[in-house]
Design a protein around this ligand. Structure first.
Ligand code: HEC
Length: 376
């Protein structure tokens, strides 16, 4: 049991690269406004006798061990998840100077190697080190970091945060993952369970959740083309029972696709690990799930595509057609498998043998009067 877990963990660590965010438990948003209270960096100290702290030297002393002297994440201290290359820009937990100050002060939520520095460095020292980190971030990233408006250019992007309610009467998703693809498609995952909850098209998102006390929802900027009421059960069923999920990482690997990794668990422990890869495909996307079962697990494993709560989904000639607000919007066809109907669900069986791969394409169905207004 323990051995299984270790094997999966190691695999996840080796495979993850530029992590978009945390996969562990705990609040995504530190909500302590003492950060704001301490935030008056430009005010000169009343007795200006001590020289201002040297951010570069402090970075070398306190951060470079993990982050590398150039901030490229290639420090000597081994970490469970590799620290990002600052030159790539775009931080998972907020990009503004204030947000970075918060990250450095409070650390990253959950069990991260990125520890809080509030007891080790004074506020002026933390500001100095943050300003130094910002010199390592390219100008282009800083431009979009300055405003909270986030865009997707030629690289996919993933952002963790609170997802607003997508339809009147639906709850918000307290913790979710938003993946933006370069073709203007935005996909939203819930974190527990790992479940794709919505699809949007158009501009990406605005994040204002780092202002004030945090905890505000992300502002999704695109047009919703499909959404489902936030789910509490995983789309993966083992012998008919939904599994729990545990995120490992979400990364973009610097290309146009995003790679999400999570584990599936039953009451006993890990049942399988999943690599969920999403890539743009014309004006839709292609999704490939690679499922690696834990040793000694067998039995029936299926991925549910739609269930009784989903309105407007129909099986038409080997493909599923999804409707949103009465209009067919998306068409899903499986590349290496067949959609089956079991009870009230459409399912994709995960073939046994390790690792199994299921892939499908989703095309966007255009409305007759289709004029996408982009708000970029
Ligand atoms: C013990 C290793 C370690 C030390 C020391 C360390 N960090 Fe980190 N840091 C990490 C890791 C690992 C991550 C990636 C976190 C993750 O994904 O869990 C990270 C992430 C970050 C991030 C990115 C947060 C985001 O929103 O994506 C910033 C900024 C950062 N560190 C700044 C600093 C600064 C400044 C210092 C020194 C004051 C420092 N770190 C010291 C390991 C370290």
């Amino acid at each position: 049991m323990k051995a299984r877990r270790i094997v999966l963990l190691t695999a996840a660590v080796v495979l993850s690269s530029t992590a978009c965010g945390k996969g562990s438990d705990g609040s995504l948003l530190p909500t302590d406004d003492s950060v704001t209270a301490a935030a008056s960096p430009s005010k000169p100290p009343s007795k200006a006798k001590t020289p201002p702290p040297d951010g570069k030297a402090l970075f070398a002393q306190h951060c470079a061990g993990c982050h590398g002297i150039k901030g490229d994440g290639k420090g000597e201290t081994p970490t469970e998840r590799p620290p990002r290359d600052f030159a790539k820009g775009g931080f998972a937990f907020g990009n503004s100077r204030e947000a970075l100050f918060r990250t450095v002060s409070k650390g990253m939520p959950g069990r991260s190697d990125m520890q809080p520095f509030e007891n080790r460095l004074s506020p002026p020292e933390r500001w100095a080190v943050v300003d130094y980190v910002l010199t390592l971030v390219p100008q282009r990233s800083q431009d979009w970091m300055a405003g909270a408006e986030m865009r997707v250019d030629d690289e996919a992007r993933c952002v963790w945060g609170k997802i607003p309610s997508l339809k009147k009467g639906w709850p918000e998703i307290p913790r979710g993952l938003v993946v933006g693809l370069p073709n203007g498609i935005t996909l939203v995952w819930g974190r527990e369970p790992a479940y794709r909850q919505a699809v949007l098209r158009g501009a990406f998102l605005k994040r204002s959740d780092w202002g004030g006390r945090g905890g505000q929802a992300l502002e999704l900027r695109g047009e919703v083309i499909l959404a489902r009421k936030p789910r509490t059960a995983s789309p993966f069923l083992a012998d008919g029972e939904p599994l729990r999920s545990r995120w490992r990482s979400a990364s973009t690997l610097g290309g146009d696709r995003a790679v999400l990794r999570y584990e599936l668990l039953d009451e006993v422990g890990p049942v399988a690990s999943v690599t969920d890869e999403v890539a743009p495909d014309q004006d839709g996307w292609r999704r490939t799930l690679t499922v690696e079962r834990a040793p000694k697990t067998s039995g029936d494993l299926v991925f549910t595509l739609a269930g009784p709560q989903d309105s407007g989904v129909a099986l038409e000639r080997e493909a599923l057609v999804f409707s949103w607000q009465g209009r067919p919007t998306l068409r899903l066809s499986v590349e290496n498998g067949r959609i089956k109907k079991r009870m009230e669900r459409f399912v994709l069986p995960v073939p046994s043998g390790a690792p199994s791969r299921i892939a499908w394409r989703v095309q966007r169905l255009r409305k007759r009067s289709d004029r996408v207004e982009e708000t970029r």
